[in-house]
Design a protein around this ligand. Sequence first.
Ligand code: COA
Length: 331
Amino acid sequence: MPYTQIAGTGHCVPERVVTNDELAGMMDTTDEWIQQRTGIRERHWIREGESGAGLAKVASERALAAAHIDVGEVEAILFATVSPDHMAPGNGVFLQRELGAGMIPAIDIRTQCSGFIYSLSIADAYIRAGVFRTILVVGAEVQSTGMDISTRGRNTAVIFADGAGAVVLQAHDDAAGSAILGWDLHSDGTFAEKLWVDAPGAIYHPRNQATHIETKGFAQMDGKEVFRHASTRMPESVRAALSHAGLSASDLALLIPHQANLRISEMVQRNLELRDDQVYNNIDRLGNTTAATIPIALDECVRAGRLKRGDILAMTAFGSGFLWGSAVLRW
Ligand code: COA
């Protein structure tokens, strides 16, 4: 059975930086409140004319270049997003077109903040089963155009942001080489309405209603409930994925937690008894880019030389669904 390695990483965030002070000009909030509760100082939002597929294209090209792989060698695209450019089709086909890839499968994965971890696990299963040998996995979001940028939406508008990250996965046969060693995935739909976007939805007749724009069309979040579950589920899941790989938290060289909120990452770190240098956070600069946080952070770590061959890396996510999961790799 082949092993799955990450052969290259890339990311792209829009040029436009939105500071907390800028948000304070749009709604009743302060830089101090945002930093204290979330750890976020600034984030990136797209300008008109930019798109999620466009960000994903740049991230993917960087990942392909890092892997020294021509786009023609990619056998499948997995595109994790909760914010596709259009309701249908999904962003996978737009990326396939933009990249000039072959007529390969392009699959959108809709598991919100856990989208990258879920996509990684699916790609790993394809590779280990011998179905594909080279897969492009992308997490990309444009959250800024879907938020209620007013005092009413301030508990989510200060958190979510735009960006894209990509990895190229490749099959190889070296048992001692870099590989995905284990993963752990869960859902609990009991909490579906604790972080959700109600409409547009096919349950409504008709699906698109003008009144929804001001009511059900924005993300609604019970922040305290999300916080409580995220801070316990992520460490639990990291331990489970490590255990599937025959490892424990003391083996970890680096943990990349989903960048939901710096306070959540700090609780995950404490729970797993990790040092500051074992946990990577960039939410202060980038906010929460949903399915893109982990591949963006991974690319930053790779380019900064934070990972060396043989290091044990864990990545973990939690979000809307509730859905959560983790992956453990030998770098
Ligand atoms: N600026 C200023 N005040 C704000 C605010 C903002 N951006 N957002 C909310 N508030 C206010 C609320 O309106 C409320 O005011 P009230 O007491 O007058 O009603 C007060 O702050 C406390 O609100 P609450 O929602 O209880 O705050 P909190 O301490 O739970 O912090 C979050 C809010 C969103 C920062 C926090 O719950 C959180 O981070 N949760 C996790 C969210 C997350 O990670 N989501 C992504 C998951 S993938």
